[in-house]
Design a protein around this ligand. Structure first.
Ligand code: HEC
Length: 181
C-alpha cells in the first residue's frame, strides 16, 4: 500500500501525540505519588500546630513546611508551594510554573493536576491548592488580633489574606527526572 506523503506526516504526528500523552499520563501519576507525602505531612503538622493555637501553627507553616519540602527533595526531586498572592517571597515558583498557575486562575473549571515536559528529560507537575475553612484563621479576611500582628510582623509584604473557602490559594509544584533516561 502506498501512503501519500501528507498522510504519512499526519500518521506520524498522530503516533507522536499518542506516545506523548501516554508518557504524560505516566508522569502525572508519578508526580501525584511523589507529592503525596508532602501533602500528608503538611496537613498533619498544620492540624497538630493548630491544636496548640495559631501562634504554634504559624511556626509550622514558617519552619516545618519548607523543612518537609527539603527533606522530600532528594534524588533529583524538588518541590514546593507557591501562590499568585504570596505571603513569603521565598516561595516564588520556578519560571515554568507561573503560566500553568495562570491557566488555573483564568479558568475556574480547570482544577485537575497537570504534568509538563521540561528540559533535560525532567518533568514538572502542578496541582491546585484550594482554600479550606481551616485555612481561614491565617488566610481569611478577618484574622484574630494576635494572628494578624504576628503575621504582619513576620511578613511585612504579605499578600495572602482575604481568601474565602473554595478559592484557589496557589499550587503545589514538583520537578523530577523522567523515567526514560
Ligand atoms: C496558623 C496560620 C496558618 C494556617 C492555618 C494556614 N497557613 Fe498557609 N501560610 C501561613 C504562613 C505563616 C505561611 C508562610 C510560610 C513560609 O514562610 O514559607 C503560609 C504559606 C502558605 C502557602 C505558600 C505560599 C505563600 O503564600 O508563601 C500556601 C500555598 C498556603 N500557606 C496555603 C495554606 C492552606 C491551603 C491552608 C489550609 C489548609 C493554610 N495555608 C493554613 C500560615 C497559615
Amino acid at each position: 500500500m502506498i501512503i501519500p506523503r501528507s498522510c504519512r506526516a499526519t500518521l506520524l504526528a498522530f503516533v507522536f501525540a499518542a506516545t506523548t500523552s501516554h508518557a504524560q499520563d505516566a508522569e502525572l501519576a508519578r508526580g501525584a505519588e511523589l507529592l503525596a507525602p508532602f501533602k500528608k505531612d503538611l496537613q498533619q503538622a498544620l492540624k497538630s500546630g493548630l491544636a496548640e493555637g495559631p501562634a504554634e501553627a504559624i511556626q509550622v507553616c514558617r519552619v516545618k513546611a519548607p523543612g518537609i519540602a527539603n527533606s522530600l527533595s532528594v534524588a533529583g526531586v524538588r518541590m514546593g508551594r507557591t501562590s499568585h498572592k504570596l505571603r513569603n517571597p521565598d516561595n516564588t515558583a520556578p519560571d515554568w510554573v507561573s503560566p500553568i498557575m495562570q491557566t488555573f486562575l483564568d479558568d475556574p473549571s480547570s482544577r485537575e493536576p497537570l504534568a509538563v515536559g521540561l528540559a533535560d528529560n525532567r518533568w514538572g507537575y502542578v496541582e491546585p491548592i484550594m482554600l479550606q475553612p481551616l485555612c481561614l484563621t491565617c488566610h481569611g479576611s478577618e484574622l484574630a488580633p494576635g494572628v494578624a500582628e504576628q503575621i504582619s510582623e513576620l511578613y511585612p509584604e504579605d499578600h495572602a489574606i482575604g481568601f474565602e473557602a473554595g478559592d484557589l490559594r496557589g499550587v503545589f509544584w514538583l520537578e523530577f527526572p523522567g523515567e526514560m533516561q
